[in-house]
Design a protein around this ligand. Structure first.
Ligand code: 6PG
Length: 472
């Protein structure tokens, strides 16, 4: 009997998706390429180590792996993003026939996925680029899945994906057909960008509690725990509490970790996309830039010696400041999500992808890294309005938080604390709610030195004007 699905790549994600599919009685073949210089057969080792996979067949030869699959073949690739994916696709071509389906479940760059879709379409093959979120545990027990590409391929794969995905609060699978070509990977890329933003804002709030308010780490954990009982709750906040409490030989592990943040690219790709489409994205850009700056550890150490920056505490205003910090956290989160979803909106419109934001938010209410109470609220909000900031509830909330966010940012900066995301959030917010901005002066300057022309508000708004600005 042949297998329903083949999985390529037995890294953590591939292996855990195999276990998850096997739990759902899917018949599976798994494959991992032979690593040169290594004796062991990786896929077979996975079988040996996981008795749950006793019905699964393991291969280290592509030909026999592909021959073990039912037609039309369904192959899920769980391999690192980049050229490896193209190499893998080309190696698979001799074994694929018209109507067979390839699914790329890695964090591939969405433009690569668009090219691959077109390349495979020419060969009459079906292709899906699928965002998979939730890390190791999600893959094992219920990820959030964002497949995009051939609708026909989606329909073949959907019954399997539905079974393994996390379930939303109504019991529906956190999985949806996102849209054509690279849209699934695009949406996953923006998911990660929001993930970067959510992580950064937690770190800024934590840092101010620890060093501005000089709170002991356990007290910070307790504070976050209280937030978890409210509409501030989120997976990322929850794991942060565990991290703050984790000890090794009686000492907090966090304090031993080198403060250089790594990244694999998705956050930066989102920033590049925002630049390409002219979308204001400062707030989520800052989350990437903060990681970039953190990576300059040796430089920071020298600079700290030269400038000897003084960080002044503000413990005397602790209770009031904590309230303001909570409001700032809430505000920044709404603004983070607004930035991410606005990027999706503009790219969706330009590409005619017809992304459904309520549905995307629903798929993100469970299984993924940015699941949160706020995300649950967005499911309904997007039924009313695609722009978070223009929604009545957001307006009411942000009006309430605005002063606190300005205050916190002001105090942080005055006292020597860098808060790039929080400050970018208030700047973006104030800019976004300003009807008459300073950009008229930019237009005049452009027209002055380059005769770039400008439009007027007191005349025909379609017309372009030029002025001889230089005083005679
Ligand atoms: C997820 C995560 C996952 C991975 C990121 C981490 O949704 O499950 O986003 O995809 O953890 O790639 O990204 P960085 O290494 O760039 O922080």
């Amino acid at each position: 009997k042949k297998s329903e699905i083949g999985i390529i790549g037995m890294g953590v994600m591939g292996k855990n998706l195999a276990l998850n599919l096997a739990d759902q009685q899917t018949s599976l073949s798994i494959y991992n390429r032979h690593v040169p210089g290594k004796e062991e057969k990786i896929a077979e080792k996975v079988l040996e180590a996981n008795p749950e996979l006793s019905q699964v067949r393991a291969f280290d030869q592509l030909k026999s792996f592909m021959e073990s699959l039912q037609s039309p073949k369904k192959v899920l690739m769980m391999i690192p993003a980049g050229e490896v994916v193209d190499q893998q696709i080309n190696e698979l071509l001799p074994y694929l026939e018209q109507g067979d389906l390839l699914v790329d479940g890695g964090n591939s760059y969405y433009k690569d996925t668009i090219s691959r879709s077109r390349y495979l379409k020419e060969k009459d093959l079906l292709f899906l680029g699928m965002g998979v979120s939730g890390g190791e545990e999600g893959a094992r027990f219920g990820p959030s899945l964002m497949p995009g590409g051939d609708k026909q391929g989606f329909l073949q794969m959907a019954p399997f994906l539905e079974k393994i995905a996390a379930k939303d609060f109504k019991g529906k699978a956190c999985m949806t057909y996102v849209g054509p070509e690279g849209s699934g990977h695009f949406v996953k890329m923006v998911h990660n960008s929001i993930e970067y933003g959510e992580m950064q804002v937690i770190t800024e709030v934590y840092y101010l509690m620890r060093h501005y308010l000089e709170m002991p780490i356990e007290e910070i954990a307790e504070n976050f725990e209280a937030w978890m009982d409210s509409d501030l709750s989120s997976y990322l906040l929850e794991i942060t509490i565990d991290i703050l409490r984790k000890k090794e030989n009686g000492e907090i592990i966090l304090d031993k970790i080198l403060d250089q943040a790594a990244q694999k690219g998705t956050g930066g790709w989102s920033v590049a996309t925002a630049l390409e489409y002219g979308v204001p994205y400062g707030v989520l850009t800052e989350a990437v830039m903060a990681r970039n700056l953190s990576a300059r550890k040796p430089f920071r150490m020298i600079a700290a010696g030269l400038y000897n920056p003084e960080k002044i505490s503000g413990i005397e205003e602790k209770e009031a400041f904590l309230d303001r910090l909570q409001a700032s956290y809430q505000a920044a989160r709404i603004i983070n999500h607004d930035a991410g979803f606005s990027l999706m909106l503009e790219v969706s419109e330009k590409n005619n992808w017809n992304l459904n934001f309520s549905e995307i938010a629903r798929v993100w209410t469970n299984g993924c890294i940015i699941r949160s109470r706020l995300m649950e609220e967005l499911v309904d909000l997007f039924k009313e309005n695609n722009r978070i900031l223009l929604n009545y509830e957001a307006v009411t909330a942000l009006k309430g938080y605005q002063n606190d966010l300005s205050y916190v940012v002001g105090q942080a900066l005055q006292h020597g604390f860098s808060v790039p995301l929080l400050s970018s959030a208030i700047n973006y917010f104030l800019g976004a709610i300003t009807a008459n901005s300073s950009a008229n002066l930019i237009q005049a300057q452009r027209d002055y030195f380059g005769a770039h022309t400008y439009q007027r508000i007191d005349g025909d708004s379609e017309k372009y004007f030029h002025t001889e600005w230089k005083p005679k």
